[in-house]
Write a protein that binds this ligand. Structure first.
Ligand code: TXA
Ligand code: MG
Length: 311
């Protein structure tokens, strides 16, 4: 299959929506990372998402909706929902009890009785959702276990020939995936991400994090994910022969943010991990300077720990 590249103008968005309506797969830009979109009601489209990504089927997908009012058609709204819904549209995903009459493919939820939903803020994602007119399943548009894409070229690197089209909306502003908050069993931080956890804690109180690592409900919880091919050392300056990724002042080959700005660092993270992966190769080592564990730094460090996990 030839993967088409659409620019995110009116014609490109209409073309992408037509592919979704026909059961095809389109990678789409969002403020966090590029997603791989398919009709969440269509078993075949959803199965093709798993196949294109090579994703283990126990990992459920996020359902993207154009606005918060739509959520009640697919999920039960538990306590706490009203307090966090104002963070939409934005880099927040909520795991909610699934409505039995939601009409979603059971493959989207991997057979669970909960569903992950997100209302993205990117104008192109919202225009695409409106033009498509249905719930769109959208995991990150990378082969399973690899670094998430933040540019159309990254998507083509991993999925060219496996999907119908990529909608090119330029680089993603946030650069790390959405924060996932579970609301099925009291509030739980399932994945730190583009919305700082502190913002959620300000309205919900102190959050418990994570789930059961032995029984991951979010693949972000599998220890090796987001993985370059070589070795990754954290909280380190580069030794001779290593590829360095700096943060703040330093003379590393790559720098997440010379000014020490967390937003800039998150936006650069996956692109620089890819560049470092290219430079270091399979036999090389990537050394990453320390990033403070606060705000978006929690999401950045979470992704870095996974990139460094033994595999
Ligand atoms: O920013 C994002 O969230 C991007 C953009 C494209 O929206 N999407 C994304 O999707 O990162 P993905 O599939 O790579 O990660 C979705 C996460 C997974 O960790 C999955 O296990 C979790 O959401 N998830 C989905 N449904 C769930 C459920 N019912 N319970 C717990 N976790 C769930
Ligand atoms: Mg992913």
């Amino acid at each position: 299959m030839d993967t088409r590249l659409f620019y995110a103008d009116e014609a490109g968005i209409a073309g992408a929506a037509a592919i979704l309506r026909a059961g095809g797969l389109v990678a789409f830009p969002s403020e966090t990372v590029y997603g791989l979109g398919g009709d969440a009601r269509d078993d075949r489209a959803v199965a093709r998402i798993y196949e294109a990504k090579g994703r283990p089927s126990f990992n459920p997908l996020i359902v993207h909706l154009p606005d918060a009012e739509e959520v009640a058609r697919f999920a039960v709204l538990p306590e706490g929902f009203a307090r966090v819904a104002p963070f939409w549209p934005g880099p927040l995903t909520l795991v909610l009890p699934l409505r039995p009459d939601a009409g979603l493919s059971p493959l989207v939820t991997a057979g669970l009785d909960s569903v992950a939903v997100r209302v993205p803020a990117h104008p192109v994602t919202r225009a695409l959702l409106r033009a498509f007119g249905g719930p769109m399943a959208g995991p990150s548009a990378n082969p399973s276990g690899r670094i998430s894409p933040t540019r159309a070229a990254h998507v083509l690197d991993g999925l060219s020939g496996r999907i119908e089209a990529v909608l090119d909306g330029g680089p993603c502003a946030v650069g790390v995936e959405s924060t996932i908050l579970g609301l099925t069993d009291g509030p739980r931080l399932l994945r730190p991400g583009g919305l700082p956890a502190e913002a959620l804690e300000a309205v919900l109180g102190r959050l418990e994090s994570g789930g059961d690592a032995a029984k991951p409900t979010a693949p972000g919880q599998l220890s090796s994910h987001y993985a370059p091919r070589g070795r990754v050392r954290l909280n380190s300056r580069a030794a001779a022969g290593e590829v360095g990724i700096g943060f703040g002042a330093g003379d590393e080959a790559l720098n997440l943010s010379p000014a020490g700005d967390m937003v800039e660092a998150a936006a650069n993270l996956f692109h620089m991990l890819r560049q470092a992966d290219e430079m270091a190769g399979e036999a090389g080592t990537i050394a990453v300077a320390p990033v403070p564990e606060e705000g978006l730094g929690r999401a950045i460090n979470d992704r870095l720990r996974r990139a460094a996990a033994p595999r």
